[in-house]
Design a protein around this ligand. Structure first.
Ligand SMILES: NC(=O)c1ccc[n+]([C@@H]2O[C@H](COP(=O)([O-])OP(=O)(O)OC[C@H]3O[C@@H](n4cnc5c(N)ncnc54)[C@H](O)[C@@H]3O)[C@@H](O)[C@H]2O)c1
Length: 352
């Protein structure tokens, strides 16, 4: 097959994971990149030897013939950049969250269908080794029917700063940034059931002072903390009910008076349970005794998942393999997120 041409829209932090993923695939070449911060894009292009560089993704799509494009901008630009890339003839992987809300996400999915192109969503946790092995256990019937999951992604003080705290650009706080990962992973591991209702609460008691004053590991060059707007929630707790009776309880925070940062996903089935993060462990019974099983090889989530995600995307877009994180999955997630924010505002359960 001839060379597959890739482009990147938004040359910030996470785009490097996409770029390295493409570079690890022998017949893919990243030939163009673009960022509204043109100086930043130029430096990036120089650093990573990308021959063509643009400030506007429309111009990039007009001048280049790209097979695959990564949309790695901030959240408010996902819809516009994704639609531009799809209409420009490329298959697209758009970072999570898919969009600012479900209405935008549906428009993106519809555009992909109309253009006959693939739109994959950056649910990288689906490509973790832990998820893969969990699926093998689950498909083998070790867990029985999975009916409940508990997912947490808690940071004591960890807003990434900059636009992440600005609702007009991010769409929200830890729910849309962190919760999206663990809600999606739980749903995926439970077999992608359809959500039917949500009930949630959000709190904004600590955020601004914490985010501005704390020593956090997120103070990257382009995320200047001193000039930021901070108007997102700092904690969310929610319950999501699914069509098949499966229920998920989720908590996520940028700021919370907890002992330390933590994250765990536990799933509970009729024959066994499991925990992912930091390591995969299975809880079941054998010969009348409770046993806790760990795979002999250490299995957790690692950054290798990004390479697997990008390979999966290129295989699905160009080689007819199934897509593991579809636009439909992205839309479902945005419906859940919209519903949780609405429930928190109204104090009532929201039917999706
Ligand atoms: N999958 C993961 O684990 C993961 C991790 C981090 C971030 N993300 C997601 O990746 C996205 C980017 O996050 P980041 O940390 O790299 O942010 P970032 O701020 O480092 O980079 C975003 C870049 O997008 C550019 N941009 C904004 N609008 C644009 C437009 N219309 N056209 C071209 N460029 C534009 C900005 O100038 C900036 O350089 C976000 O959606 C975030 O949620 C995912």
């Amino acid at each position: 097959m001839s060379e597959i041409k890739a482009g990147i829209i938004g040359t910030g932090g996470i785009s490097v994971c996409h770029l390295e993923g493409y570079n690890a695939i022998p017949d893919v070449k990243v030939v163009a990149c673009c960022d509204i911060d043109f100086e930043k894009a130029k430096k990036y292009a120089e650093k990573y030897s990308i021959p063509n560089v643009y400030a506007d993704c429309k111009e990039m799509m007009e001048k280049e013939e790209l097979d695959v494009v990564s949309v790695t901008t901030w959240n408010a630009a996902h819809k516009e950049c994704t639609i531009t890339a799809l209409k420009g003839g490329a298959n697209v992987i758009c970072e999570k969250p898919m969009a600012m809300n479900a209405t935008e996400a549906e428009e993106m999915m519809k555009t992909a269908e109309e253009c006959g192109k693939l739109l994959q969503i950056g649910f990288v946790r689906r490509f973790g080794k832990d998820a893969e092995i969990f699926k093998e256990f689950s498909d083998d019937g070790v867990l029985g029917d999975i009916y409940y999951a508990k997912a947490t992604y808690l940071r004591r003080s960890g807003c990434p700063g900059g636009w992440f705290g600005n609702k007009a650009i991010s769409g929200g706080g830890p729910l849309i940034d962190l919760g999206v990962h663990v809600i999606d992973l739980s749903r995926y591991l439970a077999g992608n059931p359809k959500p039917v209702s949500v009930s949630g609460v959000t709190y904004s008691n600590l955020g601004k002072n914490r985010a501005l004053g704390a020593e956090v590991a997120w103070d990257m060059e382009n995320k200047k903390r001193d000039e930021e707007i901070y108007n997102v929630e700092d904690f969310v707790s929610a319950m999501v009910r699914f069509e098949n009776g499966f229920t998920l309880s989720v908590e996520a925070s940028f700021n919370l008076n907890c002992k330390s940062d933590s994250g765990e996903i536990q799933l509970f089935g009729t024959k066994g349970g499991a925990a992912l993060s930091p390591k995969l462990e299975i809880y079941t019974d054998v010969a009348g005794r409770f046993v806790n099983i760990q795979p002999a090889v250490d299995v957790g989530f690692s950054m290798d998942a990004f390479n697997d995600e990008m390979r999966g995307f290129v295989d699905a877009a160009m080689r007819g393999k199934p897509c593991r994180a579809t636009a439909e999955d992205g839309v479902m997630l945005m419906k859940i997120i919209d519903g949780i924010y609405r429930s928190a505002e109204t104090g009532r359960e929201v039917i999706l």
